[in-house]
Design a protein around this ligand. Structure first.
Ligand code: ADP
Ligand code: MG
Length: 221
């Protein structure tokens, strides 16, 4: 079971957006997935309510996280997606503690690059694998937009693993959420859908690499 936590101290970076679109992608591909909305703002729970479907179970709140995860594992969940509030407080630390991988969505920009550092530090302190995902980026025209290139160099200078792809700023991502869907369900051949698919494949590869590393550690212990 892959526990993916979306975290960033910065509000509006795209935590709930990515959690919902990936959730919808999992549902479309019949991957048993549990959504956990650990943000009192309740964005993911709202999307789930609008969706009104049974394909993605949802747990709301931060209490009993360990028990919720154990139950999901017993029920055969392959993925757990945990959305968290934009702060660096105890519930976020607890979610990160349970994570196999932390996704830190980051808009490209000075303030955003600065703001993610608290979250990166939490992941480092808790020794959790993490990756920054550049979100709401200007569309690529061949190479990265200069603002994205800047954000990537800042991450590289800080030795922060950053997904090589990007999620482009795209109104279809908001529009589909308003209908309780993911961009893949709105238009499976859109560029937004392709980007979410690319992100999913990159995350899958990361989990495989993390598992292989864990197995190696277990064998040498
Ligand atoms: N790639 C994107 N393209 C267009 N709009 C986006 C994108 N990512 C996020 N948004 C919009 O930005 C706002 C904040 O995103 P949200 O996921 O709620 O951030 P967070 O959960 O980190 O606070 C929402 O209105 C969302 O629809
Ligand atoms: Mg949110």
């Amino acid at each position: 079971m892959n526990v993916l936590v979306f975290a960033s101290r910065k509000g509006g970076s795209g935590k709930s957006t990515l959690a919902a679109h990936l959730g919808s992608y999992m549902a479309e591909h019949s991957r048993p997935t549990l959504l956990i909305d650990a943000d009192p703002q309740g964005s993911l729970a709202l999307w789930h309510q609008v969706r009104g479907a049974q394909d993605l179970p949802l747990h709301v709140g931060t209490k009993h996280l360990a028990a919720t995860l154990a139950k999901a594992r017993r029920a055969g969940a392959e993925w757990v997606l945990i959305d968290t509030p934009p702060n660096a407080e105890a519930p976020v630390a607890e979610a990160i503690w349970h994570a196999d991988l932390v996704v830190i969505p980051m808009r490209p920009g000075l303030f955003d690059v600065d703001a993610v550092q608290a979250t990166i530090q939490m992941c480092r302190d808790l020794k959790k694998p993490y990756a920054v995902v550049i979100n709401a980026a200007p569309a690529k025209s061949g190479s990265d937009d200069p603002i994205v290139a800047d954000a990537r160099s800042a991450m590289q200078a800080l030795d922060v693993p950053t997904w090589a792809g990007q999620i482009t700023h795209n109104p279809e991502l908001s529009l589909s959420l308003a209908h309780g869907a993911g961009v893949n369900e709105l238009n499976s051949r859109s560029s937004g859908s392709e980007e979410i698919g690319n992100l999913w494949r990159a995350l899958t590869r990361s989990f495989e690499a993390i598992e292989a590393m864990m197995d190696k550690h277990a064998q040498s212990a």
